[in-house]
Design a protein around this ligand. Structure first.
Ligand code: ACM
Length: 484
């Protein structure tokens, strides 16, 4: 009945009743978990010193790591314990699922000892191609936390939109946050977040054990920024519009000093709003044609001692990543072919085209979060049923494909496999214009991804049975202001 499947679970006879008579006891460091649990159970449970439903932080507990927990539900009492606060939050999600399966009226008696296989269990939401209101993001975070996912990767900027407010650069959102139409449909689209909204999202996620990792795409996928501030590009005096179609755009950031001044300011905002130890800087799909013709870029390549303007791709990423490393944050990049720019080992990489690129990067000493598109890209249709909304590209990524994705393939040597931090799903929204579309793409495949990241043992048939049970929350309802 639980997703993801816990490490060890023993079902015991009997049930613990939930009702107005149930009282919680929350020790030091367990109050946040208790508050979350009360919200989920929908009961106004009193917190008393002699409650029989106990949540306890116990740093002396061994063998549960940063995120594990132990749970005993007996007929007369419940004991949830964890050595670290994150473990308590995951235990609360287990209780939430157990209660939901019983209509909220009781908990089955169980003994659970649980901890994740991987520490990075993420999902990317592309809010650049189609803007998603912050209310949706909050609800999405809560549902992700239900599956014990712990990273929300927010893809905040791309050719088609810039969603992050940056002081001193108001046109990023005023101009870069809107496009006139998409693929000739004549329908304007836009949106951006307020700093306070992002701050409150980060706090809301943290209360659920989820870290929000921002992504600022560079040096490619930057056209929305160039539409706002043409001087950041490679062609002086050229005006571009926010891109009105999909694909790989030739217009990329220039390599002159003003661009790095701009990035320093953008990262200043990013580091202020987001406490994630990791910050994604894109790095994928960067055509070098503009640098090969722009005199300023050619001169920069020569001055930097590069073999040619193409090598500016790696040069740019190294320089941008340094701006983060200097502040104690880890830059994350998409990894492409083996010939992709060589990056310092401090960069964490996400192989999106092929798992083999992850192996090559791990061998070079990079930490790796596995994101191969054939098992983690949820923008592909999940079946070839004609009722599916149109997908981004031909092919499908089925629930079984996601479930079969192996974050640390058995044929990798142990030293390379040990570099795998975990895995995450990608929800690109080029063909998902509304929250309902995103939901359709996400569930239940995201539950399958969560199990690949958390569970030590997997069984597809058993997963399908558990996934057929009622979901833990009804999902997102737009507020009046958010309704289109
Ligand atoms: C990607 O899908 N271009 C990371």
């Amino acid at each position: 009945m639980l997703i993801p499947r816990p490490h060890r679970l023993v079902r015991l006879p009997g049930r613990f009743p939930l009702g107005p008579g149930t009282a919680l006891r929350a020790g030091d460091g367990a109050q946040r978990a208790a508050a979350l649990l009360r919200g989920y159970l929908g009961l106004d449970l009193p917190v008393t010193p002699d409650g029989t439903f106990v949540l306890a932080l116990d740093p002396a507990l061994r063998g549960l790591g940063e995120e594990g927990y132990g749970l005993t539900v007996g007929r007369d009492g419940v004991l949830l314990r964890a050595p670290r606060p994150a473990g308590l939050l995951h235990g609360v999600q287990t209780l939430r699922q157990l209660a939901a399966a019983a209509g909220g009226e009781s908990l089955p008696c169980v003994q659970v000892s649980d901890r994740p296989r991987f520490g990075w269990r993420g999902v990317l939401l592309d809010v650049a191609r189609h803007f998603l209101p912050v209310g949706y993001l909050r609800d999405f975070v809560d549902r992700c936390a239900g599956y014990k996912l712990n990273v929300l990767h927010l893809h905040l900027t791309d050719d088609q939109g810039w969603r992050l407010p940056v002081a001193g650069y108001p046109l990023l959102t005023e101009v870069g946050g809107r496009r006139r139409q998409t693929a000739g449909d004549g329908v304007p689209h836009g949106g951006s977040y307020r700093a306070a909204e992002l701050r409150s999202l980060v706090a809301y996620a943290a209360e659920r054990g989820v870290t929000v990792m921002p992504e600022i795409e560079l040096p490619g996928h930057a056209r929305a920024a160039l539409a706002a501030y043409p001087h950041l590009g490679n062609v002086p005096g050229r005006r571009l519009e926010v891109w009105e179609r999909w694909g790989v755009c030739e217009s990329v950031f220039g390599v002159h000093d003003e661009v790095f001044d701009f990035l320093r300011t953008v990262f200043g905002t990013v580091l202020d709003l987001f406490d994630s130890p990791y910050v994604h800087i894109g790095g994928d799909e960067c055509p070098t044609a503009e640098w090969e013709t722009a005199p300023a870029a050619r001169a920069r390549a020569r001055a930097a001692g590069l073999a040619g303007p193409r090598d500016l791709h790696g040069w740019f990423l190294r320089r941008a990543g340094r701006l983060l490393l200097d502040h104690g944050r880890v830059p994350v990049c998409w990894a492409e072919a083996g010939a992709a720019p060589l990056l310092p080992r401090e960069f964490t990489v996400m192989p999106w085209r092929d798992a083999a690129h992850g192996l090559a990067a791990a061998r070079r000493g990079h930490d790796v979060v596995m994101t191969p598109h054939r098992s983690t890209y949820l923008d592909y249709p999940q079946s070839d049923d004609p009722a599916e909304p149109p997908g981004q590209q031909p092919g499908t990524v089925t629930l079984a494909d996601v479930y079969a994705g192996e974050p640390a393939p058995a044929d990798w040597e142990p030293a390379a496999a040990a570099r795998v931090l975990g895995t995450q799903a990608q929800l690109w929204t080029e063909y998902a214009p509304t929250p309902a579309h995103v939901d359709h793409l996400a569930f239940p495949r995201l539950a399958a991804l969560a199990e690949t990241a958390w569970s030590h043992e997997r069984d597809l048939a058993d997963f399908r049975r558990r996934a057929a049970a009622p979901v833990t929350t009804p999902g997102y309802t737009p507020t009046k202001e958010e309704r289109p």
